[in-house]
Ligand binder design. Sequence first.
Ligand code: AMP
Length: 394
Amino acid sequence: MKTIADINFEDKKALIRVDFNVPLDDNGEITDVTRIEAAKTTILKVLEDGGAAILMSHLGRPKNKEEEFSLGQLCSKISEVIGVEVNFVDDCVGPEATKAAAELEMGKILLLENLRFYQEETEGDLDFAKQLSELGDVYVSDAFGTAHRAHASTTVIAQFFPENKCFGALLAKEIESLDRVLNNSERPVLAILGGSKVSSKITVIENILDKVDEMIIGGGMAFTFIKAQGGQIGDSICEDDKMDLALDILKKAKEKNVQIHLPIDVIAADEFSNDANTRVSEINKIEEGWQGLDAGPKSRVVLDAVVNRARTILWNGPLGVFELENFAGGTIALGKSIAQATQNGAFSLVGGGDSVAAVKQFGFDDQVSYVSTGGGAMLEMLEGKTLPGIAAIQ
Ligand code: AMP
C-alpha cells in the first residue's frame, strides 16, 4: 500500500481528492468540520515536504452550477482549520483552473470548484478525468466517503498517474483500521450491528459471520429476529419478508460457532414519540399497541459483559432511537461499555453514519480507537467488496 509517507513532494503539485462534503445550515455555515480536519495531515505533509496542494472535492448533489453548492463558500473555514491560507478557483477544469494550477507556488494550497458541477464527474468520464489529471504531478486519494464510487476524480483519474499515485493519510488509516478488525484482529472479535433495517445490513452480517466470534444484533433490526423465532413484538418495527433470512443467519451462526446476542428486554413506548408513555418489557412479550424503541436495563448489563470480554470491536448502528432523548439510553450505555473496553486495551472501530453521529453526540468519539469517516464506503468494505477508489491505487 503506497501512502503519502512513501513520497517526497518537494517541488511537486499534489492533486488531492478530499471529502469536503460537509454539512451546511440554511445560511451556508458549516455545522461540522470533521471532514476538513480529517484532510489536514495529508495536506500539511505535502506542504512540509516543499510541495503544493491542489484540493478537489464535491459538495452536495448539485444539478447545475448552483451557488449554494459552491466550494468557494468553504474557503475561509478551510483556511482556518488547516491553518494555511487556501486560494480558490471557480472551476475545476478548463482554462481558469489550468492557469491557477500552473501559477500555484510551492507551499500554497489551491481549492478547485465543486467537481459535481460537471456531470462527467459522477459518470466517471475519461476525458474529464484526464483534464483533472493535468493539473498536478502526483495523485493522492484521500476521500474515503466516496471511495465506493467509480467517479472520475476518485477512480478513473488514477490511470493517468501509473507511478505517481498514493493513498492519503486518512484513507490509509481507514483501510488499516478495517483490516485490523476484519483480517488481523486480536480475538475474541465482536461485531455490534444496530439500526433500523435487517435488509440494509444483511450482506454485512453474512460476510462478517466468517470473521467474528460474537455478534450483537440490536436496534430495530432485532425485532425481525425475535418475531421469526415466535416472539411477540407488538407494534415494533419488523421486516416480515426477512424473517426466513433471519432464521437462516441464526442457523449459519450456530454452524460457524458465532454467538449471537439479541436484546432480552426493551423500553417499549405507546407511540413513536419522545413524549410517549413507556414501560420495560421482555423483548418477546411486547403487547399490541406498544413498540420497542430502546434496549432495556437487563440487556444493557448483558451486553456490557459481552463488550468487555472482546479484544476487537466493530460497531455499526444504534441500539435504539437515539435521536429521541428518552430512547437514547441503550446506545449511550453501549458507547460507555465500548469506551471502557477500549481503555482496557481492546481495539474499537465505529463506523456508519448513525453510530458516528451517536458517538459524537454523546462525546465518545475520543474514547474509541477509530471513528470511520465513511458510511456507505465502510458498509461496502464490511460486505467484502473491493472499493473502486481503493483498487485504483493498489
Ligand atoms: P440505519 O440507518 O439502518 O443504521 O438505522 C439507524 C436508525 O435506526 C436510527 O435513525 C434509529 O432511530 C433507528 N432505530 C434504532 N432502533 C430502532 C427501533 N427500535 N425502532 C425504530 N427505529 C430504530
